[in-house]
Ligand binder design. Structure first.
Ligand SMILES: *Cc1c(COP(=O)(O)O)cnc(C)c1O
Length: 689
């Protein structure tokens, strides 16, 4: 049970403001320090009325952070006056008032399904503020339906309905409907009815309390305990709960890529909820999600459309196998993926994580040539510094020594193609010129060896895990051309770069590259669920069509392949891209980053700042002139990320490289906050180092 209450109505004009005033006065009469808020107001003077009625010392802007002139639905009213409804303002104000008062009442605008934005309703705001709901209803004929619908909708959206209060807006005698409505609502809606506010003629606080006290059972809002203990309890409960969860985490969990000895010595931050680009911990603290929950989130957390799509899919089917059967979202998503993917790709093979999507690609490429009788084409080429996942096949094509050297004897032999590190050029060479020497070397290699090479796997344009190494322009296109010329399949691993991260839907598009195989995961579901896909061409697909007896089937598959929930989330993810014109909105954000990032060079220990789209790497060095790196043991990246957390931002470094990879939905203001916090943290930590 939340302590703060959002007052909503079955309709507009039911007297929400009066009900808010009455409830606030009655609670105050019980000795509770009550504050009020009108998050969004379109026309009228509700906030002012509440401020005066309760004699509050708050600024009017604090009571009402978002205001539009015309009495219209907020999403229309704000658009017509050419301004933006800023939810951040509401959250900030709410946090402030929540600190100041023992209990907060917030008055809505109209009913639950009044849109604040195209895909964001009053109900979403209530949920994001984590408030309970009191519904104000009209008395009289024809109001039961509205009231029950509102109760039903609130509950189906996961809101806690604390009660219904009726409001007598006219000075008339009761008919049968007026007399029976409250009872009907209580029985059919399974909801407490708080009472009926009498028709009020005088607005003096004491008179209101006097007139309403006998009619409104305010105690029902406080039950079962008095609010004081509820307050203390919620605070205590969350602290005790956090402590308990911490100890269980340390007792039962083994975290990925984590030296657990360090982990056990620290205090884990436990995320409980999220909203937009923010993560919220078990103590209610909010953090900007600066790396998209490890490169997966796209449109923000709890995106309304994706949430809804998932709930609808749960009501139909959560899982059924793709071995011998098919399912609706898997089919629809496959069609959609082919429509948005680079040209030439025509088949979708599902799995459930990025590493697996690469495994699938490698086996597919290898077997393709085997099936065709070109049995010498067995070698797989990959770039230096590559990262393609953590399963043994994908580790085999990886080139990051730190992650991979322990497993060297477990993995298969590959061909490593030298590739430029755009920051540390060999002595006497200049970037990006020397990158082309690598391309020429690659060409000579192919000329000689192509008969034994089946595929080249690359991370197009950005080598993510290597430290956000950005490719020089034109190299990807040239390599693709060479692969085509020498009959080597090109596998594009867009697990990290896919779904808008580089500014286009897929990184290959920047250079018009058409890979033979495309690996997708991470952002495919908008960051909601584990799902991956390996896309390929009709030519490769045809290379597996043989008589059953020949055993040339692609023998690969995961139990959760094509999971309907994952596919439904992915479909909704792509729908949001279309509806919100995500990619078009991205250009100004990328431009903004490009303008602001050079400022980081003012910090003496920033050696290199790399950016492609919304993927950013800031490499810290001990000495800029010699590019001498910080020692691994110094954990400079980790320390910067610890410091930035205190500034309300979550980041995860790659060694000495600070990575910024916010959700595509991040706002300009949030981007600014992200840069500011990162700058401050680097400045502070490197000064001490
Ligand atoms: C993250 C990543 C993977 C591995 O994906 P998982 O879902 O973690 O298995 C593979 N390739 C690239 C380029 C990645 O960034």
């Amino acid at each position: 049970m939340g302590k703060n209450i959002f007052i909503t109505g079955t309709d507009t004009g039911v007297g929400k403001t009066m009900a808010t005033l009455v409830l606030a006065l009655l609670l105050r009469d019980r000795g509770i320090k009550v504050g009020v808020m009108k998050p969004v107001q379109c026309g009228g003077h509700d906030a002012d009325f509440l401020k005066k009625g309760l004699e509050l010392d708050d600024d009017l802007r604090d009571i009402n952070p978002c205001f539009a002139e015309e009495p219209l639905s907020p999403h229309v009213a704000f658009a017509r006056q050419g301004s933006r409804l800023r939810l951040e303002e509401i959250f900030r104000t709410y946090a402030r008032l929540d600190q100041k008062y023992e209990m907060l009442l917030a008055e809505g605008a109209g009913g639950l399904m009044v849109p604040l934005k195209r895909n964001y309703f009053i109900a979403d705001l209530i949920r994001d503020l984590n408030m309970d709901v009191v519904i104000v209803a009209r008395l009289g004929l024809g109001t039961i339906n509205h009231t029950l619908l509102t109760i039903h909708q609130a509950r189906s959206l996961g809101l806690n309905v604390r009660g219904v209060i009726f409001n007598r807006t006219r000075d008339e005698n009761d008919g049968v409907a007026e007399q029976t409505n409250p009872g009907v609502i209580q029985t059919c809606g399974h909801v407490p009815v708080l009472g009926t506010i009498p028709f009020l003629k005088k607005f003096h606080p004491e008179e209101i309390v006097q007139q309403c006290q006998p009619q409104v059972r305010i105690g029902k809002l406080l039950a079962p305990t008095t609010i004081g203990t509820v307050l203390k309890n919620t605070r205590d409960t969350s602290r005790t709960r956090t402590r308990r969860l911490c100890s269980w985490d340390k007792k039962y969990l083994w975290h990925p890529f984590t030296q657990m000895r360090d982990w056990l010595a620290g205090d884990p931050l436990i995320i409980d909820r999220a909203q937009g680009c923010y993560l919220i911990d078990t103590e209610g603290r909010r953090y900007l999600d600066g790396v998209s929950s490890l490169w997966v989130n796209v449109h923000g957390h709890r995106q309304a459309l994706i949430d809804r799509a998932l709930k609808e899919q749960i009501d139909k089917l959560s899982h059924s196998t793709m071995l011998g059967l098919s399912n609706v979202p898997a089919i629809e998503l496959a069609k959609k993926l082919i429509a948005v993917a680079p040209k030439g790709l025509s088949r979708v093979f599902y799995s459930d994580n990025g590493s697996s999507s690469v495994e699938v690609a490698l086996k597919m490429a290898y077997q393709y040539w085997q099936n065709l009788g070109k049995t010498k084409k067995t070698r797989i080429a990959h770039l230096a510094n590559a990262y393609h996942g953590d399963t043994l096949g994908s580790v085999s094509v990886g080139g990051i020594d730190l992650f991979h050297h322990v497993y060297r004897k477990l993995i298969f032999k590959t061909v490593t193609v030298p590739f430029p590190d755009c920051y540390r050029a060999p002595r006497g060479k200049k970037y990006p010129d020397y990158a082309w020497e690598h391309v020429e070397k690659f060409e000579r290699f192919l000329k000689k060896n192509h008969a034994t090479v089946s595929a080249l796997v690359v991370e197009p344009l950005v080598q993510g895990a290597a430290g956000m190494i950005v490719w020089p322009e034109g190299v990807l296109g040239k390599m693709a051309e060479l692969c085509r010329r020498y009959d080597v399949l090109l596998i594009a691993d867009e697990v990290a770069t896919g779904f808008g991260r580089t500014g286009k839907m897929f990184a290959c598009e920047h250079e018009g590259v058409r890979p033979d195989i495309l690996c997708l995961a991470k952002g495919i579901t908008g960051g909601y669920l584990p799902l991956a896909a390996t896309l390929t061409t009709e030519k490769i697909f045809q290379g597996f069509l043989f008589d059953y007896k020949e055993q040339k089937t692609f023998f690969h598959g995961h139990t959760y392949t094509g999971n309907p929930l994952g596919c439904a989330a992915a479909l909704a993810n792509l729908e949001v891209f279309e509806r919100e014109r995500t990619l078009e909105d991205l250009a100004p954000k990328i431009h903004f980053l490009r303008e602001r990032l050079p400022a980081f060079y003012q910090l003496t220990h920033v050696g290199d700042v790399r950016q492609k789209g919304l993927m950013v790497g800031i490499e810290l060095v001990r000495d800029r002139a010699s590019k001498e790196p910080y020692l691994w043991e110094e954990r400079i990246g980790v320390r910067v990320c610890q410091d930035v957390r205190m500034r309300g931002v979550i980041l995860r470094p790659l060694g000495n490289v600070i990575v910024l990879m916010p959700p595509l939905a991040i706002s300009r203001a949030e981007l600014e906050m992200l840069l500011e916090a990162t700058y401050g943290a680097i400045e502070k930590v490197t000064a001490g180092a």
